[in-house]
Design a protein around this ligand. Structure first.
Ligand code: SF4
Length: 190
């Protein structure tokens, strides 16, 4: 008998198939739904962590909370290979241009998760040197409140991003509305 017997029944759940038409030997669905399913379950985060909220993110990645369960264990420190920018911590105004450059270097489609009070609004640091919210320089998709937020809250934020990724139209990034939104941030879309 194996030293490590497999416990039954397994708690591992397979991702549900998207809506579609099923019959003996075939399953048909739309391209949009398949792409949404793939994007949702393979988000590659780029952690832009500057202070204490970053420590909570480390806990989120570690074994107890295990972000790998959501398909996001592959962190990317290269913007080109990331589609989820996670901003965690106090962002000084001097750091703003760097954050913006990282965002601009990420390929579409990309999402931004703003973690904690500091990244969302400057937090307790209402001072001359701290950016009062990263949405002053880049668009944000989901905000996670708290100082610091618990790992459960960070996971909740990622689940919300997953919902966006799953349900986003393939044409959204080409839409006039999206281009106007980027233009309002002065982001070059050419
Ligand atoms: S929100 Fe609180 S825990 Fe997070 S970086 Fe700011 S001071 Fe630290």
């Amino acid at each position: 008998m194996s030293k490590y017997p497999i416990k039954k029944p397994s708690k591992i759940e397979l991702v549900k198939a998207p809506e579609g038409v099923e019959g003996p030997g075939f399953f048909a669905t739309s391209l949009e739904k398949v792409v949404g399913l793939a994007r949702k379950n393979s988000l590659w985060p780029l952690p832009f962590a500057t202070s204490c909220c970053g420590i909570e993110f480390m806990a989120t990645m570690a074994s107890t909370y295990d972000l790998a369960r959501f398909g996001s264990e592959r962190l990317s420190f290269s913007p080109r290979q990331a589609d989820l920018l996670m901003v965690m911590g106090t962002i000084a105004k001097k750091m703003g241009p760097t954050l913006r450059q990282v965002y601009e270097q990420m390929a579409e489609p990309k999402w931004v998760l703003c973690v904690g009070a500091c990244a969302s609004s400057g937090g307790i640091f209402d001072t001359y040197s701290v950016l009062q919210g990263i949405d002053r320089i880049i668009p944000v998709d989901v905000y996670v409140p708290g100082c610091p937020p618990r790992p459960e809250q960070i996971i909740e934020g990622i689940l919300k991003i997953q919902q966006l990724a799953e349900n986003e139209s393939l044409r959204r990034r080409d839409s006039e509305q999206y281009k106007k939104m980027l233009e309002s941030y002065g982001i070059d879309i050419s």
